[in-house]
Design a protein around this ligand. Structure first.
Ligand SMILES: [Zn+2]
Length: 174
């Protein structure tokens, strides 16, 4: 297992489109383990996409079970995922390990139907809603070279700098 390096905006590789996975072998499963470990090592890591660590294949992991009081499916490994149904719209705040200094308000479908393969090549399907549906849509965007920054209606109104710890400056005036 290994924690992989996360590409950070504005790295141009984050705009690259990822290709479908074709081989469901031990090498793929080892990579999925590393990707999951990298997600869990990140602050608030509820999702990750392979291109964020420079592997341009259609692999994402989502696990929002750490969030209280929401419906979820636990750990989902989603390979070659397709969203096959959408319902409703909602605005919500998103962050991203590749955009560590900002959060943003993004419009997403409230409920989605999702079809994918797991790391063994088995077909899986999920009906997701709310925060989990949002996380899945965010991660699938990475596979198409899109960041939440590309989804903001207005950078001026919908982009927020994260609060970071700063040492208290010495008082210059009294
Ligand atoms: Zn992201």
């Amino acid at each position: 297992m290994a924690i992989l390096e996360i590409l950070k905006y504005p790295d141009p590789r984050l705009k690259q489109e990822s290709r479908p996975v074709e081989h469901f072998d031990d090498a793929l499963r080892a990579f999925v383990q590393d990707l999951e470990e990298t997600m869990r090592a990140g602050p608030g890591g509820v999702g990750i996409a392979a291109p964020q660590v420079g592997r341009f294949e259609r692999i994402v992991i989502v696990d929002v079970s750490s969030k209280p009081k929401i419906r979820h499916h636990g750990r989902m490994v989603l390979i070659n995922p397709e969203i096959t149904g959408w319902n409703g719209f909602a605005v919500g705040r998103e962050g991203c390990m590749s955009v560590p200094d900002y959060t943003g308000n993004v419009i997403r479908a409230e409920r989605i139907r999702l079809e994918a393969l797991d790391e063994f090549g088995n077909a899986v399907a999920y009906d997701c809603e709310g925060y989990e549906a949002r996380a899945v849509q965010h991660e699938i965007d990475h596979l198409d070279g899109l960041l939440f920054l590309d989804r903001l209606v207005s950078r001026r109104n919908d982009l927020f700098r994260r609060k970071v710890y700063q040492a208290k400056p010495d008082k210059e005036k009294n």
